[in-house]
Structures are given as C-alpha cells and as structure tokens.
Design a protein around this ligand. Structure first.
Ligand SMILES: [Zn+2]
Ligand SMILES: [Zn+2]
Length: 453
C-alpha cells in the first residue's frame, strides 16, 4: 500500500523559523546583526553549544543477519560537543530515508554513529570561520559536501569532494559519555546536525515543504544529476532508466524536463512503473517479463529514424552493438533485504549493471549511480576497451550542490519536477525503524523523517 506524504504546513515552518531566528539564535548571537546586512555571518564563538541536549537515531555494533527491527539502533539522548570553527549547528526539520541507510541501520560500527544522508533545517550557530550561511538561514545539508577548492571539486566532480569522507570527529556524547559521530559527516536522523560548512546550501525562497526539500539532500540530487551533471541529456534523445526508486524517478523527470523524446522506465514493481509513466516515462518495462531479452527489447525501441550512414543515420544491420538508447541510467543497486514488493531478477544488483553496460550504444552515455552490489561482473574485454561507450560513474555524477540545489528547488517550485510524488510517507524520529522497514520492503517510494511536526 502506498502512503501519501503528510505535508508539513508552511505556517508551522515559518513559525518555527521565526521562533529560532528571533529567539534562540538571536540570544546566542547577542543581537540580530545579520538583519542589518553585514557581509559576513556573525560567528558564534568556537567552543559554544557544548552541553545542548537533543535526540538522535544511533547505531552501534550488530552481528551479520540482524534485521532492522532487531537492530540495536535506537533513538538516544545525546549531549552536543563544542562547536568547531568550520562547522554549523542545524536544527533538523526533515530528513530523507535513502535505501542505502537501511543496510547501515544494521551495520557494525566500532564507534556509535547517528545515521542519515543529509536533511533540511534551520541554522542555529556557525563556527568562527563559516561564511556560506548565517544563523536563521534555512539550509539543505547535503549528503555530499563540496568545498570548491580541492582536487576533485576543481575537476568537475564536486560530488566526490575530498571532504566527503573525512572529519568524522565526534559531535556529541551518549549519556554514558561515549563519543558519537555523524554518518557521512552530516547525518540527518538527529534533532541537531553539525555538518561542515561545505555541506550547507542556503535554500532560496520557496513554497516547498520541509518534506519536499529534504528529498533534495540526496536522492533527488542524485537522480537529477544523471541528466544535468557530467552527461547532460540532450533534447530529442532516447533515454533508458533502470530502476524506478526515488533516484530513477528523479532521473526520468529530469530527462522529461530536458526534452528527451523517448524515456524507457525499467522496474519490477508495478506501482513504480505506473508512477514512472505519470512522471514522464513514455514506456515502462518489467525486467522479470523481459528476462534476458531486455537488452534487445530496449534496442528495438531505439531504432534511429534515419539508417543512411552517409546522412547522419545509424545503420545497425552489421552490428547491434551500435544500437540502443543515447543515454542509459542505472539506478538499481544491490538489495540489503528481500523486498515485500515484486523482487527484481538479481538481488546482487549485478545483472542490471551488466545490462546497462550492454545497452549503452557506441557513442552513447552510461551513467551508473547505484550502490550495494555484491560481487563482480564480467564484460567482453575487447568491447570494454574499444566499444566507444562513455561511462560516467556516480556518486552524483558531477552535481554541484551550491550551483544545482537552487535550480532543482526552482524546478520543484514551478511544478516541473514533482518531488511531492516521490515523498510518499512520513514518520517521526521515534519511528525511524518503521521508516527504514517500509523503504527496505520497497512498499513506498521514499520515506521522510519529520521533526517537531
Ligand atoms: Zn543516500
Ligand atoms: Zn572539494
């Protein structure tokens, strides 16, 4: 059964934001200096914030085979540590529940960690060196920070910024004094987040709810990045999308926005195929029905209108390897748990990767953004070496959060990107395990944790 999102009212968001900026934050700053238009955010002195009490969903060590409900992960009382120079204290409004987190919720972590892949919230304090955001700002704390200055940021892959996997110092302590770190340096399943400045993007003026904005912190950015990022989809092209979860459905909408002529959605779950068709797919295929003929079926749908080689056409009579979509986007991944909805043909996630690679035509583009595969797969070495397939590997395929989140918000604001259709269920923090379970069962498109609703 599909659950519908219960939208957080704009009034409650504004009320909360006003209370924070006019009350707590102003008291901490000692005045509303930002309102006077100062160019630099007034800093909360480093070393403040220590001792604040809040709650977070914390996971510790779990043996292999642990279920989500059986995991020792739980909502616990935490005490905040002092604020560092380059970090920001954000009061969380809503946090999305990405499928990857389901596996992490039963993980085995030597140091307890608060889970999450980013969220939206209100800035309550900024470290002495922070420049991007001010106290009172509404920000999306993204799953992938972008400093704009490191090796990968400067080479067009800010989604692999070198601040992505560093700086995991404890941000809080448990009641027994044990240190707790934030998963991916940002978390989200936590009433307070303390991300690096590089993970914070101020949200432009919008009527979108916190639930909708939270979706942009990770999964929607990832999906839209497959068509706006390093392999931008061109108008009138053929696009095949394997996997119609929130990432794939964002990619499908992005392809529609970019003006693709044909968008082929591939997913084993019927309600996801139906939603894909409502959101812009022109045809939806069930990989369980197509079986090993999936590749040939998609190729047959992508016959180029002109087969004259000397007139810009594509003649595939000699080799079918030249046939296929202009863009192939893979967003399936490995299963962490058996689904309760229709299962795909390969729980390891390897077959969809292999089919996606096979599907990519000569001069075509293959973008892969999934995770959680188990094992390896083989491809013909000669074609891998000489097949002229352009493969773009995730993480968010070049999404630059500072540049792209404002325009993704605009696309959602204007209704062209339907984010509400993807945020299909909401839960309070105390029901984080239920949110993870419904996502693991594939019985919702995306779940979102809502704070103080
Ligand atoms: Zn994620
Ligand atoms: Zn960087």
């Amino acid at each position: 059964m599909e659950l519908r999102a219960s939208k957080v009212s704009r009034r409650s968001v504004l009320k909360q934001a006003a209370a924070i900026s006019a009350g707590t934050a102003a008291a901490l700053v000692g005045g509303d200096a930002q309102a006077a238009g100062e160019p630099q955010a007034p800093a909360i002195p480093t070393g403040t914030q220590a001792g604040r009490k809040f709650r977070a969903f914390v996971v510790r060590t779990n043996p292999p085979g642990t279920t989500i409900q059986g995991s020792n992960a739980a909502v616990e009382q935490l005490t905040l540590k002092k604020l560092d120079d380059d970090r920001v204290v954000v009061r969380t409004e809503a946090a999305q529940v990405c499928y990857t987190i389901t596996g992490q919720s039963v993980g085995n972590y030597p140091m307890p960690r608060a889970l999450g892949h980013g969220a939206v919230g209100i800035v309550e304090a900024v470290g002495a060196k922070v420049q991007r955001v001010r106290v009172g700002d509404r920000v999306i704390a993204v799953a992938t920070p972008a400093c704009g200055q490191c090796y990968t940021c400067l080479r067009g892959r800010p989604d692999r910024c070198q601040f992505l996997n560093i700086g995991f110092q404890p941000y809080a302590t448990l009641e027994d004094g044990t240190d707790v770190i934030q998963h991916d340096n940002t978390c989200g399943f936590s009433e307070l987040m303390v991300p690096l400045e590089w993970a914070c993007v101020p949200v432009p003026s919008t009527h979108l709810s916190a639930v909708e904005l939270a979706m942009l912190a990770d999964v929607c950015c990832c999906g839209l990045g497959t068509v706006f990022g390093v392999a931008p989809v061109e108008p009138a092209s053929d696009v095949a999308v394997l996997g119609c979860g929130p990432v794939g459905l964002s990619a499908i909408q992005g392809a529609r926005i970019k003006g693709a002529s044909q968008i082929i959605a591939i997913d084993p779950i019927e309600v996801r195929r139906e939603l894909a068709l409502r959101l812009g797919a022109t045809i939806a295929l069930d990989p369980n029905v197509e079986g090993m003929n999936l590749v040939e079926k998609v190729r047959s749908l992508c016959e180029f209108p002109n087969d004259r080689r000397l007139a810009g056409g594509r003649d595939t009579t000699l080799t079918r390897n030249d046939a296929g979509p202009d863009y192939v986007i893979e967003a399936v991944g490995g299963e962490s748990f058996p689904p309760k909805a229709e299962a795909g043909p390969d729980p390891t996630g390897l077959l969809p990767l292999q089919q996606a690679w096979e599907l990519c035509s000569a001069a075509g583009h293959l973008t892969t953004v999934s995770a959680g595969q188990r094992g390896n797969f083989t491809v013909p070495a000669a074609r891998w070496s000489n097949g002229a397939k352009n493969h773009h590997s995730g993480n968010m395929t070049g999404t630059n959060a500072l540049r792209d989140i404002p325009r993704f918000v605009r696309l959602a604001d204007s209704g062209r990107f339907n984010v509400k259709a993807l945020a299909t269920s909401t839960f309070p923090l105390d029901h984080a395990k239920d949110a993870l379970q419904i996502v693991a069962d594939r019985l919702t498109i995306a779940a979102v944790l809502v704070f103080n609703a």
